[in-house]
Design a protein around this ligand. Structure first.
Ligand code: GSH
Length: 100
């Protein structure tokens, strides 16, 4: 499973949402609090070129913030990045009566 890193601050609604989405998928992540930590803040800005939190990385792939994470998920692109098996949708045609 890839390593997921999320840069956060303590009071941050978008961070909470991002962590909730990852928890829902039972994905383990490493949380890096940047608040009051210049070193980590510099690391986050260098890696992401952004200053808002959260910033999410899946291995070296920069996902972006919560909106980006949610968008990847909505388009079915998040699970493969996380190494999760594709979600199996039930075959809606199965068991349908023959209309003829
Ligand atoms: N669209 C971004 C919004 C992120 C955002 O606005 N984060 C707030 C904290 S919850 C922030 O970093 N604010 C500080 C700033 O805008 O400089 C996302 O989905 O992650």
């Amino acid at each position: 499973m890839p390593k997921v890193v999320i840069y956060t601050t303590r009071i941050c609604p978008y961070c909470v949402r991002a962590k909730m989405l990852l928890k829902k998928k039972r994905v383990k992540y490493e949380e890096r609090y940047i608040e009051g930590n210049r070193e980590l803040m510099r690391e986050m800005i260098e890696r992401s070129k952004r200053r808002t939190v959260p910033q999410i990385f899946i291995d070296d792939y920069h996902v972006g913030g919560y909106d980006d994470l949610a968008e990847l998920n909505a388009f079915g692109k998040l699970d493969p990045l996380l190494g999760l098996k594709p979600h199996m949708e039930p075959d809606v045609t199965e068991g349908e009566a023959d209309p003829t």
